[in-house]
Each structure stands twice: as structure tokens, then as C-alpha cells.
Design a protein around this ligand. Structure first.
Ligand code: ADP
Ligand code: MG
Length: 614
């Protein structure tokens, strides 16, 4: 006997032995049940597989102390009620061949055995045709009792104290808020495939979600909020290989986070980056780069053409003919978008609409170089209205610096327009492609991204409002009811103090509605819903950092939501005042996301391009 280099103990003789069944189950459970949500998924799927038309999910402490699923499905015989806790015990397949034709959600026969190995489980079940049912208790794989019981038809599985015997797992669990979110996500995934089944979900004895049997669109709207009624476009495509159906979100409602993206293959939620690409590619050009379209796509195909077996939790699957499915899906989505006339016409006409005030006939067009007057000092003529703009208290200096670079109108078209003293002069601006503003500075030209610029302006305005903490809210004449999804409603409740700071006074929380009484100054009533959704999104994206830099995040979110977008045509007056406001910002050259709002092309640079000296 000797110790090896790595300190391994090498005994003599046969050493391999079979693990006790309970240990094997616990190891398997590590794969199948990572967190309460995984148990919820398995139990809900079993209820669906059992043909239930009503399913009830009851949760306590985010599933850490209680998960209960009540169904009115086929129920189990006395023997099956015991058998179902054995590993690889399943009624769903008999042989390897059956694997090619699986239509049920489960088939591995592992879930109940796994769950029972790491929790205290009670199962009550009665088959419709029998009068008396069975009640079984299993604690950490140990059967502790089995009795006849009178119960309603169907099955109730009660899972208590998950991971009671695996402290490592228990300690690894996240906060209740997060674990509950995972549970709801699993609930959504099942409820979205079975709009015909009635679902109820309770959390801490409070009903959280109630879904009546309906069609798919109604189910989507019931889960996501009534605003989705207007946001969804149907998708439908039949082919030899695959039948596609479902809905996509209109491009203008694309979100900053990949939240609402669902594929289902033969009734099973799946993840597939390749097919996701097929969808996102169809939206290309229609949505900003970092936005993600919503989709709920249902694929029906021959079970033998997919391999659901590659991962124990079964969300990743392989398709035999993925390339063709990609093409069919991509085309179907493009067609759907097209049918709903959502593709903006590529209109080169607008490129020419410079919106410049027409030059008087007798006025010769001057080449740009002539307007350049290096000695010009805008502060000489203090009566000029554009110089009377109040600089923001914070960082006014930088704004002033930018202002100095600016050439007033008279320099480019002297004598052309008489500016009344009381009105601001209009800066001549070219709007290009409905997104960029071009104007001249003292030392060259500047190209401004209108959206980024407006984001900066609003951002600084909101920051100032928040600094003052008063007078930033405006009362709505009619309080407005806002609807969001159930889990979002929970979140609104969580951050209502922050929202109040920003100017949203909110009350009357319902399950998924609340009433807005005041809004930040300048916010239109039509903007309330998207604004609150935006704030929730950033909240979700920045769970950890949100509260620390809450004000900045809120101001940023609101600015991004409310800013005029690329693609919006601005008239001369709007473009001019946008530039003015931008130049008055503390940090005019960066958007709140630290992207450039503008770039300069100096006369030197221009001269270099034209290969002559200044
Ligand atoms: P699988 O679903 O992969 O077959 P499970 O461990 O989840 O494995 O369940 C084992 C068996 O128990 C199922 O095949 C089914 O016959 C039975 N079963 C489980 N849950 C229910 C239920 N809610 N109603 C009726 N039968 C059920
Ligand atoms: Mg199962």
C-alpha cells in the first residue's frame, strides 16, 4: 500500500460498489432540481401530462418551505402512487423506440424520485373511476406512510422544506424575490402553452394569478398586461417540415432586455440561439441595436425530428433540419411584419428636405469659408437673445464653453432675417436622414445625433428636478390606471418610494394594476405606461446597483424613454432649439449612456480633406 503523488489512497482488491438508491437519487436530483422553480416545472408538467383542465399552484416562501400542485387529471392507482417515486419509473414510454415519438412533457421518470430525495413529499391521488384514493408520505427517499384516503379526483403533490437534507443547496438559493421570479417564469412557460387549461397561482395565501381557459392571444394578454392587446402581430406558417404559429411584438415595443422571447417545440418551452437569430434577423433595421423583440413562437414538428434528450432539464433541443427551420421561421416573421405594414418606406426624399429658410432671391449663396470669422466674439453684443439662456447651475461652465464656439445666424446670412428682440434667433440646421442635425460652429461644422442629444438634455433636466425634490411633479386631471404583468406589479410596489421621488405618485395597487396621480413635469399621459415599463426594465437590469445610484438611473431611464427618436422629422424651430438646449448642458457632448452626441469637423480637418492649407 502506498500513497500516490496526489495523496490518493489506493486499496487492494475490488472497490467499486453500487451507491444506495437514496444517494443515487440525490445525485440525480442535483441535475433535475436546482431550485424551487425546477420542482414547480416538473410538477406542473406532470399535471399537464395527466390531462388536467384545472391546475392550482401554491407557493410559500418562494417555494423554499412549500410547493403544492393540485390537478384534476387522471390520478394514479394505489400501486402507481407508490411506483412513481422510483427512479426511472414512468408511464410515458416503454422502450427506446418510444423516445422518438414522445409527446408528453415528461418521460424520464426521474422527477418525483429526485424531488422526494431532497424534500418532504406528500402525494394524494385518486383516479376518477375509483372511489377511494391514496395518500403517501416520502421524506428524503424514505417512505414513511401509505394510507387509503378520501380525496377529490386528480393528484395533489405537496413538497415541503426543499433541500432540508442538502444544506449546500439550500444555502445556494437566492432571495425570495428572485426565486419567486424563477417560479413565475416556469409558470408562464407552462401557462403559455396551454391557454385551454385554467390556472391559479397563490403566493403566501394570496392569489397572484388567475387564468381562465381562453385562446392564445387572450392568455398572452392576461399574463403580460392589457397593453399587449395592441402590441402583438400573429405569425402563422404551415409547411411539411414544421408548422409555425404564435405572435410577435411590434418592433416599436422592442425592449432593452431579452425578457419576452419564447419558443415552444411540441408544447415544450425551448431555448435555441440559432432560431432566436432567425427571428431577430427578421426585425433587423426595424429596431435599435440593443433592443430585443418580443416573440411567442410555437413550433409543431414530427417528434422524431427533434432530440429533446440532450439536457436533463430539457430546454435545449436539437433539430434535425435546423437550417430549413431557420429559413421558414425567418421568412414567416418577415411576412408577418410586412403584412402589418410595419416596414418603414425607405424614403430618400426626406434626405433633401433641409428645412432651411429660403434665401432671398437677391442674396448670393456664399461659400462656407466666407462665413468663417475667427475674430468673432459672440459676447460682444449682449442684446442677442440666444446669449440670455440661463446656464444650468451645475456645470454651467462647460455649457458656456460650447456656447462660445457657436456662430450666430447673422454670420452666415447677414442681414437676411430681422430677429425680433423678444424671440430667439433660429440657428440654421440641416436635418439629415431624419436623425442627424448639421450646423456650423465658429471653427467648422458639427454633426449632432438628435436622439442622443435630446437624451442628454432631458437627463440633465430630470437630474435637476430630482436635486430640487420639489415642484417636479404635476398632478393628473384624471388619475390614470396602469396595467403591468403580475411580477412587474410586485416590483412597482417595491420601488414605489423611488417612483415618488421621481414624481410618480402611485396608489391603489391591484394584482396587476395601480393608479397614477402625479407624473414628473412635462410627461404626457400617453407616456406614463412606457415610462414605467422602462423604469421597471432598468430596475430588473440593475437589481444590485439601482438603489445606490437610483436617481441617476431614474433620470437616465426617463430621459431615454422620452427622448425624441432617430427617424423623427424636426422642423427648423425644433431643431434649432434642440441644439441650443444641448449647448447649454453641463456635458453636451455625451449621452447619458456615454455615447457621443456630436462630432466636430473643424476647418483644419476640412482643409486637410481637400488638401489645401487654411
Ligand atoms: P415522468 O413525468 O418523466 O414520467 P415523473 O417522475 O415526473 O416522471 O413521474 C413519474 C410517473 O408518475 C409519471 O410517468 C406518471 O405516470 C405519474 N405521475 C406523476 N405526476 C402525476 C400526476 N400529477 N397525475 C397523474 N400521474 C402522475
Ligand atoms: Mg414528469
Amino acid at each position: 500500500m502506498h500513497s500516490g503523488k496526489l495523496g490518493t489512497f489506493v486499496p487492494m482488491g475490488d472497490i467499486i460498489r453500487l451507491l444506495p438508491e437514496s444517494v443515487a437519487n440525490q445525485i440525480a436530483a442535483g441535475e433535475v432540481v436546482q431550485r424551487p422553480a425546477s420542482a414547480v416545472k416538473e410538477l406542473l408538467e406532470n399535471a399537464v401530462d395527466a390531462g388536467a383542465t384545472e391546475i392550482k399552484l401554491i407557493i410559500k416562501d418562494a417555494g423554499k418551505t412549500l410547493i403544492q400542485v393540485v390537478d384534476n387529471g387522471c390520478g394514479m392507482s394505489e400501486r402507481d402512487a407508490r411506483m412513481c417515486f422510483e427512479r426511472h419509473a414512468t408511464s410515458k414510454i416503454k422502450s427506446a423506440n418510444d423516445l422518438l415519438a414522445v409527446r408528453t412533457l415528461g418521460f424520464r421518470g426521474e422527477a418525483l424520485a429526485s424531488i422526494a430525495s431532497i424534500a418532504q413529499v406528500e402525494l394524494k391521488s385518486r383516479r376518477t373511476e375509483e372511489e377511494i384514493g391514496t395518500s403517501i408520505q416520502v421524506h428524503g427517499s424514505e417512505f414513511s406512510s401509505q394510507t387509503a384516503a378520501s380525496c377529490s379526483n386528480g393528484t395533489t403533490v405537496t413538497v415541503k422544506n426543499l433541500f432540508f437534507n442538502v444544506p449546500a443547496r439550500r444555502n445556494f438559493l437566492k432571495s425570495n424575490t428572485l426565486e419567486l421570479k424563477y417560479i413565475m417564469e416556469e409558470f408562464y412557460r407552462v401557462a403559455l402553452v396551454h391557454p385551454d387549461i385554467s390556472f391559479r397561482m397563490y403566493n403566501q395565501d394570496r392569489i397572484l394569478i388567475q387564468l381562465s381557459p381562453s385562446n392564445l392571444k387572450q392568455r398572452l394578454v392576461a399574463l403580460l398586461g392589457s397593453s399587449y392587446n395592441q402590441r402583438l402581430i400573429p405569425v402563422h406558417q404551415e409547411s411539411q417540415l414544421v408548422n409555425l404559429s404564435g405572435f410577435i411584438g411590434k418592433p416599436e415595443f422592442a425592449k432593452k432586455k431579452r425578457g419576452e422571447q419564447y419558443f415552444f417545440a411540441n408544447g415544450r418551452f425551448i431555448k435555441n440561439p440559432y432560431l432566436n437569430h432567425a427571428v431577430e434577423n427578421a426585425f433587423q433595421e426595424l429596431i435599435p441595436k440593443e433592443a430585443y423583440p418580443a416573440y411567442f413562437i410555437y413550433l409543431e414538428l414530427d417528434p422524431s425530428s427533434i432530440d429533446v434528450n440532450i439536457h436533463p432539464t430539457k430546454t435545449e433541443i436539437n433539430f434535425q433540419d435546423a437550417k430549413s427551420i431557420y429559413a421558414i421561421l425567418n421568412t414567416a416573421i418577415k411576412q408577418s411584419i410586412g403584412r402589418h405594414h410595419l416596414t418603414p418606406a425607405l424614403n430618400f426624399e426626406t434626405e433633401k428636405s433641409f428645412d432651411l429658410p429660403p434665401l432671398p432671391d437677391d442674396h448670393p449663396v456664399r461659400p462656407p469659408a466666407i462665413s468663417y470669422n475667427p475674430d468673432y466674439n459672440p459676447f460682444e453684443k449682449q442684446t442677442k437673445p440666444q446669449l440670455e439662456i440661463n446656464y444650468k447651475t451645475h456645470g454651467g461652465e462647460r455649457g458656456a464653453h460650447w456656447q462660445k464656439l457657436f456662430d450666430p445666424l447673422k454670420e452666415i446670412h447677414p442681414g437676411q432675417v430681422e430677429i425680433p428682440e423678444s424671440t430667439e434667433s433660429i440657428i440654421p440646421v440641416l436635418q439629415i436622414g431624419n436623425r442627424y442635425l448639421v450646423t456650423h460652429l465658429r471653427n467648422g461644422i458639427v454633426v449632432i445625433d438628435q436622439q442622443a442629444a435630446h437624451e442628454r438634455i432631458l437627463y440633465e433636466e430630470f437630474l435637476q428636478q430630482e436635486e430640487k425634490k420639489d415642484g417636479s411633479a404635476q398632478k393628473l386631471l384624471l388619475p390614470q390606471t396602469v396595467q403591468v404583468s403580475h411580477d412587474d406589479a410586485e416590483m412597482v410596489r417595491d420601488i414605489s418610494d423611488l417612483l415618488l421621488q421621481a414624481g410618480f405618485e402611485i396608489s391603489g395597487f391591484g394584482k396587476n394594476t395601480f393608479v397614477v396621480h402625479t407624473v414628473p413635469t412635462g410627461v404626457e399621459s400617453t407616456e406614463i405606461q412606457p415610462l414605467i415599463e422602462g423604469i421597471l426594465e432598468s430596475y430588473k437590469n440593475e437589481t444590485d446597483g439601482f438603489r445606490k445610484k437610483e436617481e441617476h438611473t431614474l433620470a437616465r431611464t426617463m430621459a431615454l424613454k422620452l427622448a425624441i427618436k432617430r427617424g423623427k422629422q424636426l422642423n427648423q424651430h425644433e431643431a434649432s432649439s434642440l441644439i441650443r438646449q444641448l449647448m447649454n448642458c453641463a456635458v453636451p457632448d455625451l449621452s447619458p449612456d456615454s455615447k457621443p452626441t456630436m462630432f466636430l469637423l473643424s476647418f483644419e480637418e476640412l482643409a486637410k480633406k481637400f488638401k489645401h492649407s487654411t
